[in-house]
Design a protein around this ligand. Structure first.
Ligand SMILES: [Zn+2]
Length: 290
């Protein structure tokens, strides 16, 4: 499948920027294209929703795993724990009520943590991940349609929007199901970060074809405005620069090596340092309100 017209600006014109490999599931190649109208980046060709399933069926898809299998998974889980704590603190600052929805909740780690304070509901299409959530007695539904007319004070999409096939429908859902004084948190990778430019086609956060869209501050701002949202604030996810760089080194070298990890730390430091000027951190959290 290919995307035309652009869901953000309606243009049918686009150019091919780079070709990236699916490093985790199939080894297949996909283009990352750029819309000539609004500069949104998207993966092309893209699997349909049904075809997408097999690209997530890798034993090592860590977002859907509860336990670490090696040192790198352990690093991921430690980073995830600190990331969850800081996400919870951030979300709490903006909360005007107790109803929280976490879209794409994976195995429910943020959902579980936020249940301390919020009445938290998750949505997760993966049967495996959802059953792990249910084992923890978390309230998790398979899709957005199952939520019917419920509305929320907080809606979070932590590295999820880039996976969703129907961007306009998702934004319309957010608009409809957010309380008038509510807040949405959207975390996505930033292809304008220094680590993205350094690793180029090997940048782990392109993650084709699981990532269908690749956002920058400009395209996210256009997307928010098109659907009647204002971006109230943008926050960095500084740990992502190191994590994504380590993964990119692995893809580039074929395995984790000491030299790769050392270089990843250097690139991560440089990325975070240069982002102090232009806010182009490896990943960004956008805070949206109506
Ligand atoms: Zn466009």
């Amino acid at each position: 499948m290919s995307i035309s017209p652009c869901p953000l600006c309606g243009s049918n014109e686009h150019t091919s920027l780079i070709t990236c490999k699916d490093f985790t599931a199939t080894g297949e190649s996909f283009h990352v294209k750029q819309c000539s109208g609004c500069h949104l980046l998207f993966t092309s060709p893209r699997p349909s929703e049904v075809e997408s399933i097999r690209y997530y069926q890798t034993p090592g898809y860590i977002s859907h795993a509860a336990h670490a299998k090696g040192i790198f998974d352990l690093i991921y889980l430690i980073i995830r724990y600190f990331a969850i704590r800081s996400k919870f603190k951030l979300v709490s600052q903006y909360a005007t009520g107790s109803n929280l929805l976490d879209i794409g909740c994976g195995t429910g780690s943020f959902l579980k943590y936020s249940s301390k304070r919020f009445h938290a509901v998750g949505v997760e299409p993966s049967d495996n991940a959802r059953s792990l959530c249910q084992r923890e007695r978390l309230d998790v539904l398979p899709n957005l349609q199952s939520l019917s007319s419920r509305s929320f004070h907080i809606i979070t999409l932590w590295h999820v929007l880039e996976h969703l096939h129907d961007l306009p429908a998702t934004m319309t859902f957010l608009k409809t199901h957010l309380e008038d004084n509510g807040t949405i948190f959207i975390a996505v990778p930033n292809h304008e970060s220094l680590d993205a430019q350094y690793y180029h086609q090997d940048w782990a956060a392109f993650d084709v074809p699981r990532h269908l869209w690749h956002f920058s501050k400009m395209t996210m701002t256009k997307l928010a405005a098109k659907h009647g949202f204002q971006i109230k604030a943008i926050y960095p996810m500084k740990l992502d620069a190191y994590y994504v760089s380590m993964l990119s080194e692995k893809y580039r070298r074929g395995k984790h090596t000491a030299a790769g990890i050392l270089n990843a730390i250097t690139v991560g430091l440089r990325s975070n340092f240069s982002a102090r000027r232009n806010q182009n951190y490896s990943s960004l959290i956008y805070v949206l309100q109506k």
